[in-house]
Design a protein around this ligand. Structure first.
Ligand SMILES: *Cc1c(COP(=O)(O)O)cnc(C)c1O
Length: 405
């Protein structure tokens, strides 16, 4: 049965009417709009080179294609065994091979003991390592760099979920040799779809710039599609109406699919226009999320002082609040109740990367227990700007009843 009451999306970066008007203005002044967006990004991130595309996975693919040109003898990309399916999709799209490393269950970063082992073999085949700021939790790029201890291996920082966040005063997206953001639907900031590449390395930028020339622009019909999608998001992401898209099966909301055949385009001036005023908007949205995160942390401490959140690690700017539930059974019970009540609690990714059917043959005898565990017992709480006090109270009540956090 479809619920037609207040229903929270698991993640949301609102698009409002003003943004859409700016988008249309952007179309009318195409060159200045796109140029201005890229210049603002360069200035904000204090970086020389910036490229904008149709998605985060298009951005990652282009980076990998450029690196492949640059280092033709190397063809392996090391990624976490539990991450967004867009990451392996992009590696395969770029014609490269996936190497996996399991996670540390506490930090959601690489398990560094395993990482050292994995780096010790076949290093001359390794093109790059991709650290991911999963949910916005900082991955330790300094530690990664010193563990790799080899300048020939490039660090590609996946800040798709972390635009606007920072760690020890250094902005996410600028810590690796090259980094990227996503401006997709459920990310920190959204232009319906979009991706941004940042790099301070002149040599990498030269290759990316060349690869960028082969990327087509959006067609007129595709831009019209983006416009309609932006209108739909503006109206239907609101908690009062979100039950509508949620009940339409072919939209496949919240599904994570592995698919290397995605489109790659240069970002349109409509999207650059949608992003107008992004610095202020991103700051506001980030502040709201941080307030929600802190509130959840406080509430969880009262429910379960032993939860991994009791140590008061400071999580700057999550786009979803991850929680490991100790049993599969309890997790399913929480999800079912949330579904009924419209709380927007969600699973994370459906499986570890080695268990994606199209890739499984490459990892037949390998196991990534933490990644597999995450797929089975992880929940995420919504923290976006539509989440209100009442929602947080009700979600905390539900978790207290479930009692296993
Ligand atoms: C969303 C995401 C991507 C890809 O971004 P899209 O814009 O959706 O293509 C890549 N990596 C991570 C970790 C993501 O969450």
């Amino acid at each position: 049965m479809t619920r037609i009451f207040r229903t929270l999306p698991p993640a949301a970066a609102p698009i409002n009417l003003g943004d859409i008007v700016s988008g249309i203005r952007g179309l009318l002044r195409a060159e200045t709009t796109s140029y201005r967006f890229e210049e603002e990004l360069k200035e904000h991130y204090n970086i020389m080179h910036c490229y904008t595309l149709s998605s985060g996975k298009a951005a990652l693919t282009l980076i990998l294609q450029a690196l492949k040109e640059m280092f033709p003898d190397r063809d392996e990309v090391l990624i976490p065994a539990f991450t967004c399916y867009s990451v392996p999709s992009a590696v395969v799209r770029a014609g490269l091979k996936i190497r996996l490393c399991d996670l540390d269950p506490e930090t959601f970063d690489y398990d560094y003991e395993r990482l050292s082992d994995i780096l010790s073999t076949g290093r001359d085949r390794l093109l790059c390592v991709v650290p991911v700021h999963l949910f916005g939790i900082p991955a330790d790029i300094d530690r990664l760099r010193s563990t790799i201890d080899d300048d020939a291996v490039i660090i590609v920082e996946d800040a798709a979920q972390a635009m606007g966040g920072e760690n020890k005063g250094r902005k996410f997206g600028t810590q690796g040799d090259v980094g990227f953001f996503s401006l997709g639907r459920g990310k920190a900031l959204s232009t319906v779809e979009g991706g941004i590449i940042l790099t301070k390395r002149q040599d990498i930028a030269a290759y990316i710039g060349r690869a960028m020339k082969g990327i087509p622009c959006y067609g007129a019909l595709e831009i019209f599609g983006l416009f309609i999608y932006a209108l739909a998001l503006m109206i239907l992401m609101r908690p009062t109406l979100f039950w509508i898209p949620k009940s339409i099966p072919f939209l496949r909301l919240g599904e994570t699919i592995y698919d290397p055949h995605f489109k790659m385009r240069k970002m349109s001036s409509f999207q650059a226009g949608l992003a107008r005023g992004w610095e202020k908007k991103l700051q506001q949205l980030s502040n709201r999320r941080m307030e929600n995160v802190r509130d959840f942390q406080d509430r969880l401490k009262m429910i379960s002082p032993k939860s991994s959140w009791a140590d008061q690690r400071f999580f700057p700017c999550l786009i979803r609040f991850p929680l490991r539930i100790e049993s599969v059974h309890t997790r399913e019970a929480i999800l079912k109740m949330s579904e009924r009540m419209g709380f927007g609690i969600a699973r994370s990714y459906p499986d570890s990367i080695d268990r994606i059917p199209a890739l499984a043959a490459d990892f037949a005898s390998r196991h990534f227990p933490v990644a597999k565990d995450n797929a089975e017992i992880l929940l995420t709480l919504p923290v976006h700007s539509f989440v209100a006090l009442k929602d947080r109270e009700q979600i905390a009540d539900l978790l207290a009843k479930a009692k296993h956090i």
